[in-house]
Each structure stands twice: as C-alpha cells, then as structure tokens.
Design a protein around this ligand. Structure first.
Ligand code: NAD
Length: 490
C-alpha cells in the first residue's frame, strides 16, 4: 500500500518485495463507478513472469519441507489477518469493482472461510491405506506437491477468487505465481502484502500484474510451472488448455455458464421471483453461476412475468449498500452487453425491461446497465447460447417438466442449474437429469460453500473441482507407496 501511495502504481509482488514491471510500462485502471482514473498498474511481460517463477521455484522446496500442519498454521494466520483487515480489503474490492461495500465485506468473509477450511487441511491431507494382493506387503498413497502453481483469475469476485486458488495451492506445498485480473490488481496485491505480514516465507506467493496475452500466456507457457489453475471465460480456457497441453502441464479450468432456473406450475412464485432477481442481477450478473435462462411453465408464465417485471422495475442500481447491484467492470464489457442486446433485437427478441446504459447524473459516467429482461428468444438463438456476464436474463416458455428439462440441457455450458417446485419427484428428477456441476432446488443458481466441490460439466470446465477437498487433487501428485515388510516370504 505504501508503494502505491508513493508512486500511484500498483506493482508486482515478487520474492516478498514490491517491484515494477521491467522497463516500467503500465496501464490505467478506472473506477467502474464514475470512470475516473484510480491508478496505474504495472504491465508485466514474460521477463517479469520469469522472475516470479524463479522466485517461486527457489522458495518451493523449503515450503514443501515445512510440515503440512505448520503450513496450515501459517495459512490460518493469513486468514485471521484477512479477517482483521476485512474493512480495508473490502474497501479495495468496492473501489475496483464498484460493488457495494456490504457485498464486498460478504465476499471478504467468504475468502476468510475458504482460508480457514484449507488451513485445516494441513491437519488432514489424507492419502489412502489399502490392501495388497501379496502377503507382507502394504499399499498406500500420499499427496506430494506439484512444484510451482500458475494461477490466473477473473475480476468478478476478486478476493474470493484469490482465496479459492491460493489457499489450496499453498496447503499442498506448492509455491504460486498469481496473474491478477487486470481490473482488480490492488486486491491481489494487498492480499500478497498481507501474507508476508502473517509469516509466509518470501517467494511462496508471487503476484504478477498485467494483461492476459502479455502476462498470462508466458505463465501458461513456462516450463517450470507444473500446474495451472484458471478461472475465466471458456474461450480463454480453451486457449490455455491448448498451450498447456503442448507441454503436458496439468490444468484446472473453471469457466463460464449459461445457467437455467426452472419455474414450475407448482412453485412458490414469490420465492421464484426473489431467487431469479438475486441469481440474475446480484453482482451485476457478473457471476459464472448467474441465472441467464429463466424457463417458466406456460401455465404460470404470465403471472410470473408480471411479478418479475414489477420487481425488476423496483431494483436500485448503484454502488451503495442500499442498491441491489452496481456497475459492470469496465466500459468494454458494458459495450459488449449493449451490442449483444441490440443483436438479439435484430433477430426478433423483445426487450421487456432495461437494455440500455443508465442515464442521469448518478450513473452516466460509470458503467451501469439497467437490469435487462428479454423475451421471445429461442433456445438456439445466439443470446441463449453465449454467456453475456452482465445483468441480463432471458425468459422462455415450457410446456411441461420434460420440455423444461430439455431446454435446461440445450446449452453448451453445464455449470449450475436450479428448479422451483413443490413436487419432490420433479425436484429429484431434475437434480439427477440436469447436465450441470451444481443442481439446486428452490434457491438460486449461485452460491457455494468452501468445503463443497464447485465446477461444471460440458464447456464450463475440464472436470476439475475447486474448492472442497477435491481442490487438493489439482495441486497434488498422488504417489503410490508399497512396503514389502518380509520380502523373502512374498
Ligand atoms: P477472461 O477469460 O477474459 O479473463 C480471465 C483471466 O484470464 C484474466 O486474468 C485475464 O487477464 C486472463 N487471460 C486472458 N487471456 C489470456 C491468455 N491468452 N492467456 C492467459 N491468461 C489470459 O474472463 P473475464 O471476462 O475476466 O471473466 C469472466 C469469465 O470468468 C466468465 O466467463 C465467467 O463465467 C468466468 N468465471 C468462472 C468462474 C467459475 O468458477 N467457473 C468463476 C468466476 C468467473
């Protein structure tokens, strides 16, 4: 923070020190709330990534040799310091994303919970003890660190995204290089600074700022990076898998979603509207798990639609605690959303609410999109197939349960899904047959718990799960150990 105050530049964090990118190039970070310049950010390239990977490689053996229980104790101290600094971190999340301080505090608390869960894994980190086909022989497995982990994250929930990657990578005994999201550089930097204060040895966590192509790709390509974990769009995930695949690096991909929320004719419509609003619009719809396809039974379509549009008209958009959601992350993303709506209209869609940038003195300088509801679209229209990542949702009619399920599954994505119904049989059939990594009954499409494995099917990922104990599989090598205790008798 001191470095930022002195220079107005958010820098890299390498080997426990703040440092600018080689040659001192930078880009400008703007406030999503009013477009003003907040600060400059180091624009790193392959040289900086190389320095960060070298620092990680040097620090990793000692960290790996530190007993896992002790590693957990240090991660626990980091989580506790994060909790003590929750106001400062949340203010930074608010500044960088424009979401309300209340939401930023909630996100910071979720990051603390993630840290505490993973710190406890230091006391478990289980392998397996199993049987052997031979007498006098013991068979077991242990987890070993991979080496250096390359972590690349999105900006939507910046401190939670940092926590989801860094804590599991470190508890497994890896050192890490985190490529921060270009829209939320300071959150990642402050976290790194805090880890030093909590006692994490220098070089175990390094942060590199910069753009994806310039700073992310060199990390993906670096031969000393043993495992890559990426949270971001499906298009970039595919590119990363391609590049990392050439050198057979292990890759975990947490990608996009186009998540369905089904409203049956026996649903509690008040609850269905409440959860649709939260799932579609909270965090300005910038959630991989946002509900962007609301599939409603014909019999209740008109009444649900009226209730929903009425509630949407009452949503408050702004950066304050009494607002329902804030701006989107940057002007480019706002323009992408506006073009997607325009394109859908050209293809015959009806914009029933929003569809425009919010005018007026409180909004016009920021990146605010009015909450947008779209109707009269088909399941195979572009707007139904592509993730938009903003406060936009589409309504679809379904004849009955099987039609609703078929529409829910008619997507290239398979991250989360939800059904609202009072019928146990429908609920169970839906959770078993919907093609998604997460299935919810009578709730929202978003939200996850630190001890539960989150991730998607189809184009929403490559099958890995973060967090939960399943995240440990990403960051460990499993080694088989056979002990022949009486070789003469085998
Ligand atoms: P993005 O894919 O554009 O960028 C994500 C990160 O990847 C950024 O740090 C970016 O700099 C980096 N990057 C971009 N190009 C790269 C390249 N060629 N090589 C290496 N790194 C590169 O995504 P975004 O717009 O910032 O974030 C939104 C996306 O993230 C949405 O698709 C959303 O669904 C997804 N997301 C998924 C999850 C999940 O858990 N499944 C969670 C949050 C967000």
């Amino acid at each position: 923070m001191t470095a930022l105050k002195a220079t107005g530049l958010v820098r890299n964090w390498i080997a426990g020190e703040s440092c600018a990118a080689a040659g001192d190039p930078y880009f400008v970070k703007r406030s999503p709330i009013d477009g003003r310049e907040l600060y400059r950010v180091s624009r790193s390239t392959a040289d900086d990534v190389n320095a960060a990977v070298t620092a990680a490689r040097q620090a990793q053996p000692h960290w790996a040799a530190t007993p896992a229980v002790r590693r957990g104790a240090i991660l626990h101290d980091i989580a506790m310091l994060l909790r003590a600094r929750r106001e400062e971190i949340a203010r930074c999340v608010h500044l960088e994303t424009g979401k309300s301080l209340k939401d930023a505090l909630g996100e910071t608390d979720a990051a603390v919970a993630q840290g505490l869960f993973m710190a406890g894994e230091g006391q478990r980190l289980y392998g397996r003890t199993t049987t052997s086909a031979a007498p006098n022989k013991y068979a077991s497995t242990v987890r070993e660190p991979m080496g250096v982990a390359g972590l690349i994250i999105a900006a939507n929930t910046p401190i939670a995204n940092v926590a989801w990657k860094v804590f599991p990578a470190l508890i497994c005994g890896n050192a890490a290089v985190l490529k921060a999201a270009e829209d939320t550089p300071l959150t990642a930097y402050l976290f790194a600074e805090l880890t030093r204060e909590a006692g994490l040895p220098a070089g175990v966590l390094n942060v590199v700022q910069g753009y994806g192509a310039e700073a992310g790709e060199p990390l993906v390509l670096h031969s000393d990076v043993a495992v890559l974990s990426f949270t971001g769009s499906t298009a970039v995930g595919r590119r990363i898998a391609e590049l990392a695949g050439k050198r057979l690096a292990k890759v975990s991909l947490e990608l996009g979603g186009k998540n369905p929320l089904v409203v049956c004719d026996d649903a509690d419509l008040g609850q269905a509207v409440k959860w649709t609003l939260l799932s579609a619009f909270s965090n300005a719809g910038q959630r991989c798990a946002a509900a962007s396809r609301i599939i409603v039974f014909d019999d209740v379509y008109t009444i649900f639609r009226e209730k929903l549009l009425d509630a949407v008209a009452r949503l408050r958009v702004g950066p304050n605690d009494d607002d329902d959601f804030g701006p989107v992350i940057n002007e480019r993303q706002l323009n992408n959303l506006l073009s997607a709506v325009q394109h859908a209209v050209q293809q015959g869609a009806l914009v029933s609410a929003g569809g425009m940038r919010l005018p007026g003195s409180a909004h016009q300088a920021g990146y605010y999109l009015a909450p947008t509801v779209i109707e009269q679209v088909r399941v195979d229209d572009e707007i139904s197939l592509n993730e938009l990542f903003g406060p936009i949702t589409c309504l679809y009619r379904a004849r009955d349960f099987s039609d609703a399920l078929a529409q829910a599954n008619a997507s290239p994505y398979g991250l989360t899904a939800c059904i609202h119904t009072g019928n146990l049989h429908r609920a169970l059939e839906f959770v078993h047959k919907v093609q998604a990594g997460v299935a919810v009954v009578n709730g929202g499409t978003y939200g996850s718990e630190p001890h539960m494995p989150f991730g998607g099917a189809k184009q929403s990922g490559n099958g890995s799960r973060e967090p939960g104990t399943e995240a440990l599989d990403i960051y460990s090598n499993i080694k088989d150990i056979y002990l022949n205790v009486d070789p003469a008798r085998i």
